[in-house]
Ligand binder design. Structure first.
Ligand code: GRF
Length: 212
């Protein structure tokens, strides 16, 4: 199988990018990260990419009109012939034309069990709400904020003596499993979209594609 060409868009730390890149390198996800793109020049994820020898690029967004910024991002993605766009802590909403340019080929990870707690600081939202379980969601991206069809969700317990930071760390561990798992499923199993549902044709539903 020819490896799929993934571009990762990030704005910060880059731990989900690293988890994906490592899973690709181990052969667990039949893909190659061909570009790490950040809208923030100071994003630590860019340094991680350089350390791994993965091409990286900054397309600054500060002070740039949205349309102009997105056109530059799309040009960068086209230049590397990216087939999939993996958002990993990318702190920008994508406009409908951008989403339409990669139909059902943009994936995001969100640190909550959507549709609960969309938006910023999702782990803190869950903790403040008093939720007894929390988790993460990998979903296809549509033009809304954290609204696209769900691919994988993983659940963690919330304990009474948690802090938002402790809970976020517990969720992050699961994120690093969920993102590679979702990409492996999307790239290796037949799937289709039925309404809001991503339906995988093989297996019994739920969490197929578990990594070894
Ligand atoms: C993760 O919690 C992810 O779910 C959210 O942003 C954070 C990015 O972390 N969308 P990292 O940069 O991948 O370490």
């Amino acid at each position: 199988m020819t490896p799929a060409r993934l571009a990762v868009l990030l704005s910060g730390r880059g731990s989900n990018f690293l988890a994906l890149a490592e899973a690709c390198r181990r052969g667990e996800v039949p893909a190659e990260v061909v570009l790490v793109l950040s809208n923030r020049p100071e994003a630590p994820g860019l340094v991680r990419a350089q350390e791994l020898g993965i091409p990286s690029q900054v397309v600054p967004s500060r002070g740039v009109p949205r349309e102009e910024h997105e056109q530059a991002v799309v040009a960068a993605l086209e230049a590397v012939r990216a087939e999939w766009v993996c958002l990993a802590g990318y702190m920008r909403l994508l406009s409908p034309p951008f989403v339409a340019r990669f139909p059902n080929r943009i994936v995001n990870i969100h640190p909550a069990l959507l549709p609960a707690f969309p938006g910023l600081e999702a782990q803190r939202q869950a903790w403040e709400y008093g939720a007894k379980v929390a988790g993460c969601t990998v979903h296809l991206v549509d033009a809304g904020c954290d609204t696209g069809p769900v691919v994988v969700q993983r659940v963690v317990a919330v304990f009474d003596d948690d802090t938002p930071e402790v809970l976020a760390a517990r969720i992050l561990e699961q994120e690093h499993i969920a993102y590679p798992q979702a990409m492996r499923m999307l790239l290796t199993l037949p799937w289709r979209i039925e309404g809001r549902r991503v339906v995988f044709s093989q297996g019994g539903g739920g969490q197929q594609g578990e990594l070894p």
